[in-house]
Design a protein around this ligand. Sequence first.
Ligand SMILES: *Cc1c(COP(=O)(O)O)cnc(C)c1O
Length: 420
Amino acid sequence: MSLELPIYMDYNATTPVDPRVLEAMLPYFTEHYGNAASHSHSFGWKAEAAVDAAREEVAGIINAETPAREIVFTSGATESNNLAILGLAEMYGQAGGHIITCQTEHRAVLDPCEVLAKRGFEITFLQPDEFGMLTVEQVAEAITDRTILVTIMAANNETGVLHPIAEIGQVVRQARQARPADKQNLFFHTDATQAIGKLPVDIQEMGIDLLSLSAHKVYGPKGVGALYVRRRGPRVRLSPRIHGGGHEHGMRSGTLNTPGIVGLGAACRIAREEMAGESARLAALRDRLEEEILRAIPYVRRNGHPTERLANTANLAFGFVEGEGLMLKMRDIAVSSGSACTSADLGPSFVLSAMGVSDMLSHGSIRFSLGRFSHAGDIDFAVEKIVTAVAELREISPLYDDVLKNGDDGTIEWTKPAGQ
Ligand SMILES: *Cc1c(COP(=O)(O)O)cnc(C)c1O
């Protein structure tokens, strides 16, 4: 296969729309453009039927029981997380209510939690271990009589690390059932945006009551997502964030984005069919990328868990270089750095910091995330570029010069320089 530049290795940030998804969407822009809420003519019926079919696909990929009632379409995972967390807090909580989350969650979970903290809720931000993982015991110990919500992501976007979701779901369920019948207001939400399409997620087996997902992380379009809201055992009720018309069982008003929803449905269908093969293929490519880099470059370290992580993600810390500088040197490769590059601040990644990664290492960290259109040629090209770029940057680094003369301080488990 010929190499097309630049090479995209940032699939955890967003994915291209799969051509098959686009094809499924197109008729719903110009031909079947009815409003899914128009019940008096065939234009509306056609749109509604397409939305219903997409609901089945979304429900199918997480094993939801009643698609028509449990899948709420939103504008993406950010909105789904906000609806889940704020909607639940407003429905069940009052000041003093308690929510458990993790320090390495996406901002779309952390920020709504911060908002609730300002309103008098108590929020526990659990700290993961050095691999970025929580234990189920940490969650169990944090649950109190006042806890209304545990929200823990299935897979981390920066490191790919997987939390023990099924075990956490079980602990939450047990804690709920231990309460008196009229006080069973304790639910489990997971932001599964990075897990969907990459590994099997089953809301029944995992005891998940609320689940967020997003189309553009699974080869669907941007601006559409869904929230799964459990209807039975237990029934979860949410106070809406958006009012006006009562669409989506009153949980999310607004005319449905039919083409986007059709795209999300098609993306889920393809993901379900191809996930197993795709994950195995990506794991092999990711391992090749990681092994080649670790073999060729001294003073590199993996961030995250060696095995309990997504098949497509590698997060590597390059000692004695700046991630931003490294990215500039390899412009042909689209990756993300361990610096939080929001416009105002270029601080270290809070995800890596929470795992105990030093600021210096964090600034030298790069996330490589592969996907459906990655192939072996990309990996080999990228490895070559990275090896050269790191060598060039270290050449002019006074810090590295120092290490060459005196050795490093031995506090970090690096790959070893040749001959050691
Ligand atoms: C991308 C992402 C989000 C945000 O999703 P949008 O659809 O872009 O709002 C939330 N959580 C995780 C883990 C993500 O990776």
